[in-house]
Design a protein around this ligand. Structure first.
Ligand code: ATP
Ligand code: MG
Length: 621
């Protein structure tokens, strides 16, 4: 329960809704609780009339006894108003109708305030969690699966809503119903109340227990179902592999097995539910029966002669009014328990603080100047892999640097350190003599055009993907220019809806090279002073590559550029080439110097020449 304290701030925020909600619940219950009294009174009047007609002695007159003031007033009008018997019945009928309407009206208002409040809280909470997710650094995303993140923001928040809405509403509602009915029942006849209410706690405990079993079973079914869905989904997306390895029959067997398990569990649940509802009805029936039996015995045996047919009617209606709250008590308790477990999971995430945040930052007029890495070392925290070791590099403003090296040598890590996705373990990185930690994260990342190695495009139009990072929506011309620089314009113009074509699941499927070039266009449109391209031409053919490189050459004229690649391309005059191995520099110099050095770079160069790949004009480097 203590975990749910985290949502108290929302109750405070929506306190007026909550207060009105409670008021409406009380009013709704108040009007509902009057109907048993009116019904009891009518029954007594009818019994009296029958006895009068048969000439039997009237043993107990309906006294203006322990009714509520409103009912007392009504009885007073009827008794003193000298109205006929049939008019009295009609009058009481109308009163019952009005009471039901009033009860219903306030119930409507109660749902409108409390349930609407819970939807507002759900909205706020979703935003709170999403905003927190966005603040967390890349390291957090590496250690938590997407499924887990999705579950917490959707499933867990929905469960907490069951607490802030229905559960709170039912708890207040059932407290009000129980208080009102038990109060009037005891006022009427304390002994009878005890007997009549005796089975109700058993009902509550039974419902709570059965509900917990049902919940456990449905949780299991839910996870089996999601396993089944994943199997089906994987077999659709991996259909080519399945077919080429002729594994259809094996997949079918696997699917059947999972499907069968799901079916058996679902049947088990149906069995529990089949017992649940009849047993509930039985317990309610027992309560009603007890009321009639004991009340009747009191009446007949003259043990308590004031117990009339009206009293019994009143009690039977009270018992029925109490049934729903008592039933609700069981499942509200398990609903609150589930919400607490979900909120605990949410709190776990909300308490995680990002390692990367703005602290003592100064606003710079613009992000430019020399980029200096000094003795930088970095180990990935959750795996302990040392990716960068004592790395030092100085890049003057406007210089173009090529970083090359074997796979896993730490190239992408360097780019990510420059964007401050991680803080270095040792050493420091400066841009324009400002340590990265002193630059606002937003300014740092807005000021660098970064194309990551694994490009990602959103399921949106081509133009929205290209204009993604722009503060205001860019003009059509700006988007087209960026696409032309990235040599993708002509291909986009061949799409059906050109720049309005949807990308991804709902639209066209792009080739790897097309995706890379759209990602390049997205970074070029920002036009900042520093660019970092991480192996972003790996999926394009050499002709397109040299086209893009020619464009880059114009585009990069006055910019500082770090280009990471596996291939040597040299239309761009690189001021420096760095060869990285195991996180450290093993070769550093210009193209010519490295060729003379005859190390890794020279070997790669020769290999590429032998394969006949285009190298561009090497004399430029
Ligand atoms: P490639 O040329 O294949 O892109 P790279 O030079 O970019 O390789 P990095 O991605 O920087 O290499 O990886 C350097 C080392 O750090 C590798 O040993 C890799 O396994 C490890 N590494 C990379 N990313 C992570 C991560 N998110 N968590 C843990 N270890 C990582
Ligand atoms: Mg890489």
């Amino acid at each position: 329960m203590k975990h749910l304290a985290a949502v108290n701030k929302y109750f405070w925020k929506y306190k007026s809704r909550l207060i009105f909600g409670i008021l409406f619940i009380i009013l709704s219950n108040y009007f509902r609780i009057l109907s048993p009294q009116v019904s009891g009174y009518v029954v007594d009047k009818v019994t009296q009339a029958i006895k009068l007609k048969k000439g039997l002695p009237i043993t107990n007159t309906p006294r203006n006894r322990n009714y509520d003031v409103l009912v007392k007033q009504l009885v007073y009008w009827v008794e003193t108003g000298n109205i006929s018997f049939s008019n009295m019945i009609v009058f009481s009928g109308i009163t019952l109708l009005i009471l039901a309407l009033l009860g219903g009206f306030f119930m409507f208002l109660m749902r409108q305030t409390i349930i609407v409040m819970s939807r507002h809280i759900e909205y706020d909470q979703k935003n709170e969690v999403f905003q927190h997710y966005q603040k967390l650094d890349i390291g957090f995303y590496k250690t938590h699966t997407t499924g887990d993140l999705m579950n917490r923001i959707s499933e867990d928040i929905s469960r907490v809503r069951m607490y802030t809405g229905p559960a709170i509403m039912y708890v207040i509602n059932l407290s009000a119903t129980i208080c009102f009915s038990v109060y009037f029942m005891i006022k009427e006849n304390a002994e009878l109340t005890m007997f009549v209410l005796a089975p109700l706690p058993i009902l509550t405990i039974t419902i709570y227990t059965v509900n917990t079993i049902i919940h456990k079973k449905s949780e299991k079914i839910q996870s089996l179902l999601s396993g089944l869905t994943t199997t089906a989904q994987e077999s659709y997306s991996g259909i080519r592999v399945i077919k080429s390895f002729v594994q259809e029959a094996a997949m079918m067997r696997f699917f059947k097995e999972k499907s069968n398990l799901y079916k058996n569990n679902a049947i088990g649940l149906a069995k529990v539910e089949a017992i649940y509802f009849p047993s509930m009805a039985l317990l309610i029936g027992v309560s009603t029966l007890l009321t009639i039996a004991i009340g009747g015995w009191y009446h007949v045996s003259h043990h308590q002669p004031e117990v009339s047919a009206g009293t019994i009617t009143e009690f039977v209606i009270y018992v029925n009014l109490l049934t729903f709250p008592v039933t609700a008590l069981g499942w509200t308790a398990s609903m609150i328990q589930r919400a607490a477990a979900s909120q605990k999971r949410l709190n776990e995430f909300l308490q995680i603080q990002p390692n990367i945040f703005d602290d003592n930052c100064a606003s710079l007029s613009s992000l430019k100047g020399d980029i200096v890495f000094k003795n930088v070392s970095f180990t990935y925290p959750h795996t302990g892999i040392k990716a960068i070791t004592n790395f030092s590099l100085s890049i003057k403003e406007g210089q173009k640097v090529l970083i090359i090296g074997r796979t896993g040598s730490g190239k992408s890590t360097l780019a990510q350190l420059l964007l401050r996705f991680y803080n270095p373990e040792n050493g420091n990185i400066k841009i324009g003599n400002h340590p990265l930690q002193s630059i606002f994260l937003s300014q740092l990342r807005e000021g660098i055009s970064y194309v990551p190695q694994d490009v990602f495009l959103f399921s949106d139009t081509v133009s929205n993907n290209i204009g993604f990072g722009m503060p205001s929506s860019p003009s059509k011309q700006e988007i087209e220019n960026a696409a032309k620089f990235a040599s993708i314009h002509n291909e986009i113009m061949n799409f059906d809806k050109q720049y309005d074509t949807m990308i991804g699941e709902r639209g066209v499927t792009l080739s790897g090279g097309q995706k890379q070039r759209i990602a390049i266009a997205r970074s070029l449109i920002k036009n900042p002073e520093i660019v970092v391209f991480d192996d972003c031409l790996s999926a394009v053919d050499s002709k397109t590559e040299s086209e893009i490189i020619n464009n880059f050459y114009q585009y990069l004229q006055n910019k500082t550029a770090i280009i990471i690649t596996h291939r040597i391309f040299s239309t761009i005059r690189f001021d420096k080439v760095i060869v990285l191995d195991k996180g450290a520099i093993i070769e550093e110099g210009t193209h010519n110097e490295l060729i003379q050095l005859d190390g890794y770079y020279a070997e790669l160069y020769r290999l590429q020449l032998n394969r006949g790949e285009s190298i561009g004009d090497s004399s430029l480097a």
